[in-house]
Design a protein around this ligand. Structure first.
Ligand code: SAM
Length: 215
């Protein structure tokens, strides 16, 4: 992980915005194909959000990446991550059928399916791991809300990043605010991630564990 980059990246700088635009452009055809043959547009992670993931891989070079909620994002992380230094990518889903669909999609593109895990497998064997980048887009909203506090424990303290998709939903956004209050800094990146359906993401950084369990 390029720690200096994480601390210095200005998400609205011309440089990062150019990276973002280029990433979206690069993914456009594959995303369009994915959302017309594999998944509906509303269930797949947006082109904007996946463009952000792609740009983060390039800019921050995260070594350990956690993909909570499989799908097109799994393709992006596995297609580009290894060449950019992501040597440990874990992809998790609570729906075994979707996980299998994702595996098939990856295999069809000659991409690695190592560490594509069910929620149960992951929770059992990786409970104490910390990741440089976590993309949180798992399951249906009640499950996602319930698991959120746990998901924050997998973000590396201080330098790790957490991308929370679908915070355009008011109830979920409120749950995210409550859950993350006091343990990290939240950046509303709706200006960078809003898609044609009005969905957008938040970015959380600067995680600290010291306040957990003290109050
Ligand atoms: C918003 S989707 C996650 C999308 C995923 N992160 C991606 O990159 O495309 C949330 C959950 O819905 C399920 N899912 C994914 N694609 C789906 C689809 N097209 N239809 C129904 N469920 C889907 C998976 O279990 C996933 O964890």
């Amino acid at each position: 992980m390029n720690e200096n980059a994480q601390q210095c990246v200005d998400w609205r700088s011309e440089e990062f915005l150019a990276e973002l635009r280029q990433s979206e452009q690069e993914l456009r055809v594959a995303h369009s194909e994915y959302t017309s043959t594999v998944s509906s547009v509303d269930m797949a992670a947006s082109l904007q959000c996946c463009g952000l993931l792609r740009a983060l891989l390039t800019t921050l070079r995260p070594e350990k990446v956690l993909n909570l909620g499989s799908g097109f994002s799994s393709y992006v992380l596995r297609r580009y991550g290894p060449d950019l230094g992501s040597n440990h990518i874990v992809c998790v889903d609570d729906d075994e059928d979707w996980l299998e669909l994702t595996r098939n999609y990856l295999q069809g593109r000659q991409l690695d399916t190592l560490n594509t895990l069910s929620w149960t497998e992951f929770a059992l064997h990786h409970a104490r791991e910390e990741f440089d980048l976590v993309f949180y887009d798992l399951g249906r909203m009640p499950t996602r809300t319930l698991i959120l506090p746990l998901a924050t424990t997998w973000v590396r303290e201080t330098t790790g990043l957490l991308i929370l998709d679908d915070v355009h939903k008011p109830a979920y956004r409120e749950a995210v605010s409550k859950s993350l209050n006091g343990i990290c800094t939240i950046d509303d990146i709706s200006d960078l991630t809003t898609d044609e359906l009005g969905r957008f993401a938040w970015l959380a950084t600067d995680f600290t564990r010291t306040s957990i369990g003290t109050g």
